[in-house]
Design a protein around this ligand. Structure first.
Ligand SMILES: Cc1cc2nc3c(=O)[nH]c(=O)nc-3n(C[C@H](O)[C@H](O)[C@H](O)COP(=O)(O)OP(=O)(O)OC[C@H]3O[C@@H](n4cnc5c(N)ncnc54)[C@H](O)[C@@H]3O)c2cc1C
Length: 463
């Protein structure tokens, strides 16, 4: 057999399973069709760490709770930005107050014992910036926000450094059962493996105008990242308890404020702005830094196959709390593989992620000493986010480094400022071309046919 374990799909769950398995004496490969790992994660790099209160099916609920409890250990180990903060559900009228009571009962049934039912203005002790009348609230201290993309990359980078073979730009075409294992055909190769874990769940759904979600489990979701003056508006995640729609405002790991709205029917951004105003106050257009559309999916966790019996497992999980579940899910799947193959822990496993620097978070003294070691850290490429050439070069040269403009933006934050990349995109393209020894017209934004420049009209040395 070519491999002991083949993981299909290099999203957060594929990388996390590869990381857990790389602690053992196993020959592992991850096959990913895109240029980059974790490319399908939401582009706003901060996500809620849930507690399982709102989840209706028991399997997902337990995984969320277990993942929540493991999260702190993992983010500390990987040095990933993370903030423990509470979640507050607010009721402003009698019917919402009834829902809060139901949620309180549900929390107690789920053994979320830290939950508190709070009457009237007393909530201001926990969150003094709430405006308007509040009848009742539910406060859960045990939630948080995490830099989810960074978290996913950390899993992948450590797995790579411990010998996992990542095959990027390779698309799985078919899986065939053979004696004692599986044969996998891709667009480039054929492999055999004793165990196959499929995390690809090809949905073939695009979010585009005119798309109508087929099921109640899917909703339209709109995010707005607010301008600096909204920074640290709330220290907790705040939610309304409406039946058909969900409005929430949450702090990001960088203390920015993100307002979100989700509903089954699509609505225009102007209406979204009005919907979130009870939590944010009046919003002027210029105070919205970034907007994003997405699908909000709440499908029960669906695992098909059985590692112990057949050696094959397919994870069809499209869930709004997948990041929260990941540590628990990856750990339990890897334990099954270990049991099946009866493998031993490696003595040389290195559980450390290679260091990286964020210029904007360093003191002047630290900046100066970094520039002395590498003067690329003295050249600011993204003025809005204060990202240096040194950080961009590191993002490209790291294990499983960036190959696309989006890969650089996501890793470094360059281009995510108020100008949305107007001033730095060209420079990022040039650095990518130089580092990868390619022509600038070959550099892509994200996917295969997304070249940034279609051709050159004159031969200049720089853009
Ligand atoms: C808008 C939004 C908000 C979210 N917010 C939160 C939150 O606040 N908290 C939270 O815990 N979770 C949240 N989530 C959930 C979480 O971000 C995603 O569910 C998670 O990133 C999915 O990871 P995955 O590894 O399961 O799947 P994916 O990232 O989809 O990975 C699957 C991979 O398989 C690859 N692939 C597909 N087909 C093939 C093939 N044939 N061959 C090779 N490779 C293939 C794909 O390219 C992809 O990289 C949110 C999700 C969304 C969409």
């Amino acid at each position: 057999m070519d491999y002991d374990v083949l993981v299909l799909g290099g999203g957060i769950i594929g990388c996390a399973i590869a990381y857990e398995l790389s602690k053992y004496n196993l020959n592992i490969s991850v096959i990913e069709k895109d240029y980059d790992i974790c490319n399908d994660m939401p582009s706003i790099n901060t996500e809620s760490i849930y507690d399982g209160l709102e989840c209706s099916d028991e399997v997902s609920s337990k995984l969320i709770r277990k993942g929540n409890l493991l999260m702190e250990e993992y983010v500390n180990r990987f040095k990933v930005p993370y903030k423990r903060c509470g979640t507050i559900y607010i009721a402003r009228d009698d019917s919402e107050a009834e829902r809060v009571d139901e949620m309180y009962e549900r929390a107690l049934n789920k053994k979320i014992d830290e939950v508190k039912l709070i009457i009237g203005d007393e909530i201001l002790k926990y969150e003094p910036n709430i405006k308007g009348k509040v009848i009742k609230s539910l406060y859960i201290p045990n939630t948080g926000v995490v830099a989810s993309y960074d978290f996913a990359l950390a899993y992948g980078e450590i797995a790579f450094d411990n010998g996992v073979n990542f095959k990027l730009e390779e698309e799985v075409k078919s899986i065939e059962h053979i004696s004692k294992g599986f044969k996998i055909k891709t667009n480039k190769n054929k492999f055999t493996s004793k165990i196959v874990i499929d995390t690809t769940k090809d949905l073939n759904l695009q979010f585009e105008d005119g798309y109508v979600p087929k099921e109640d489990r899917e909703k339209y979701m709109k995010y707005m990242v607010m301008d600096k003056k909204y920074d640290s508006l709330y220290s907790n995640i705040l939610l309304n308890v409406g039946d058909k729609e969900r409005i929430f405002v949450r702090p990001t790991v960088n203390n920015e404020t993100m307002a979100s709205y989700s509903r089954r029917e699509n609505i225009a951004y102007d209406d979204v702005v009005k919907k979130v105003e009870p939590l944010t106050g009046h919003i002027k257009e210029k105070d919205i830094k970034m907007v994003r559309d997405w699908r909000f999916i709440n499908e029960p966790v669906n695992l098909q196959g059985d590692i112990m019996e057949t050696g094959y497992l397919s994870l069809n999980v499209n869930h709004y709390a997948m990041v929260t579940m990941t540590p628990a899910l990856a750990l339990s799947i890897s334990q099954k593989v270990v049991e099946k193959l009866n493998c031993k822990l490696r003595k040389d496993f290195n559980d450390k992620r290679r260091e990286y620097f964020k210029f904007r978070e360093l003191s002047n003294e630290e900046r100066n000493s970094l520039i002395k070691v590498d003067n690329k850290y003295g050249n600011i490429i993204c003025q809005c986010q204060k990202v240096t050439e040194g950080e961009i070069v590191d993002a490209i040269r790291r294990p499983l480094g960036a190959r696309t403009v989006t890969g650089v933006k996501r890793r470094t934050g360059a281009g995510h400022g108020s100008c949305d990349g107007c001033y730095c995109k060209d420079k990022i393209v040039e650095i990518l071309a130089r580092e990868m020894d390619k022509r600038i017209i070959e550099i892509v934004n994200n996917s295969k046919d997304s070249t940034v420049l279609s051709s050159r009209i004159k031969e200049f040395d720089t853009m």
